[in-house]
Design a protein around this ligand. Sequence first.
Ligand SMILES: [Zn+2]
Length: 239
Amino acid sequence: MSCHYDYVYKVLSRRNLWGIFYVPTQPYQKDKVLDVHRIHLLCGAYSGIELLSTLKAFLKEEMIPDEKREEFRKQTYTRQDNYEGISEFKRILNYFVSYDFREQLIDKVARELNYVFHTSEFYVPVEKLNAMQLSGNLIGSHTVSHPVMSKLTKIEQNEEIENSFSFLDSNLQLNVKTYCHPYGGFHSFNDDTVNALAKNEVVFSFNVQSRDICDEDLTSAIHFLPRYNCNEFPYGKAS
Ligand SMILES: [Zn+2]
């Protein structure tokens, strides 16, 4: 996101530090804000109750895969204060609804609420990514569309990894191939992901796990190295 260039990169440079920035490539290829970010933006702009009732007007049960329906009925239509509304809205879109319908549902909710997303202001432009890399930062892959990879087939997972690297490599000439699992945590990827990373000659990858990296990780966990969730840092809390 643009704030990583405007703030993070500049603070790092001022302190003679560098970082690794993991980039989902779909916004550059499709000129559309990622679903995961559109959900965040909507949650920042409207109340949970308003979002939930707008979403439910468009939601049909067949948009939820069979194996999730029971759980959906149990976990939704619960208490509805603001906070509950927000988590329910996110839970439906991120977890229950099939990826076949998610994008169009978010389109409809945004249209209904007259919310416009601006891709060009939301993400760091390629030229600026290039400048970051030239001054010593690493740019890595964060897939194309930021899916929960464990929900995808082996072939779909490989496409997410391969296509994101080919975009980054042809636009930035990467020094090293590194990757970060979208969402993170051991539930968010599986063996197919790790095999695809090895097949695509990725050198190292990050997971989310609340501990430091140890020597052993470099041999046994090279494609799921631990990193802290920024929520755990002082002042890192997200609402
Ligand atoms: Zn992410």
